[in-house]
Design a protein around this ligand. Structure first.
Ligand code: ZN
Length: 319
């Protein structure tokens, strides 16, 4: 989680919310409704026309991400109204001007960065990763899954999801798509193998790549905790990572408690919803990109040894 003590600011959207009765409509509409709901801050607001295309605006309108698309599950790629309402690419937000100002850029030790931002305090609920080319800073690919807790009853899951995702309206898509953590890890390893980032048969660290997180919590604490709950060994590629807050501290000589503080100090507006993991990975990527463009060299900041204890490699770090 990209934790911050700063109030969150949301972009206002020009499409209206889906009323509660939509869940009784036929599956095709439900798909749309759930994705629509994923973008709205006021789930209880009324009136909508899901077939109407919004009037043209003078500049490109920000669109919420289709959260079925991010999980390779969108079945509406030929539906114009759906495509008009929801983004089905990362390039609009992240690849424009990726390499706009690279005169201070220094060579990196890695070919790729994997920006990871887990959500879920009790058990992991969301596992989003953006794969960034370390030279061009473009988004190469992404992996995103909602995760179903393994040790909770249905009623508790429903309360947990309502509390976590209800206010940003993504509970329907979560219920439609969430799968167990063990299955997420299996699919994630297949995805990494496809990109030659890691291979099951060799094990060990990532291949010329490093995880980027905002804080140590994600990989130091939550991954081993979830692995224990899911009765699996902590995978070998989760043994080292880069905490962007420590890079930020050592490069700019300023302490930032979280993603929102870094973004505020760098005069970057928030994209999407804070604490929707896939949106947080985009915002962390924008901070990462700025650091690299300003001349930072990304180095591993923490390592876990075979006994499970973690060593921090930077003297100056956020505690
Ligand atoms: Zn879609």
């Amino acid at each position: 989680m990209a934790v911050s003590r700063v109030c969150l600011h949301r972009f206002s959207l020009s499409i209206s919310s889906i009323p509660p009765y939509i869940s009784h409509l036929r599956p095709r509409i439900r798909h749309f409704a759930a994705v629509s709901a994923s973008s709205h801050s006021t789930p209880n607001s009324t009136s909508t026309d899901i077939t109407t295309t919004p009037p043209p605006s003078p500049r490109p309108r920000w669109k919420p991400m289709c959260l079925y698309f991010t999980q390779s599950l969108c079945t509406k790629m030929d539906d114009l109204a759906h495509l008009n309402a929801f983004s089905h690419t990362f390039s609009e937000e992240l690849n424009i001007n990726a390499a706009a100002d690279m005169k201070h850029v220094r060579p990196q030790q890695f070919d790729h960065f994997l920006v990871l931002d887990l959500e879920g305090k009790v058990e992991i609920l969301e596992f989003p990763v953006l794969m960034i080319d370390a030279k061009t800073l473009a988004v190469v690919d992404f992996f995103h899954r909602f995760v179903r807790p393994s040790e909770m009853g249905e009623q508790r899951i429903n309360q947990y999801i309502e509390g976590k995702y209800g206010k940003i309206g993504v509970q329907s898509v979560w219920h439609d798509t969430a799968i167990p953590f063990t299955e997420v890890i299996k699919q994630f390893e297949d995805w990494m193998a496809k990109h030659q980032l890691w291979a099951r048969e060799y094990g060990g660290h990532l291949n010329k790549a490093a995880f980027i997180t905002c804080g140590n919590w994600d990989i130091k604490t939550k991954i081993p905790e979830q692995c224990k709950v899911s009765r699996m060994k902590t995978p070998s590629y989760f043994m080292e990572w880069i905490n962007l807050k420590d890079i930020y501290l050592n490069f700019y000589k300023r302490r930032a408690s979280g993603m929102m503080t870094m973004m505020r100090e760098l005069h970057m507006p928030l994209v999407g919803s804070h604490h929707l993991g896939i949106d947080d990975t985009k915002n962390i990527t924008r901070v990462l990109r700025r650091l690299i463009n300003d001349g930072a060299v990304l180095q591993i900041t923490a390592q876990r040894n075979s006994t499970g204890s973690v060593e921090f490699l930077f003297e100056n770090r956020i505690r």
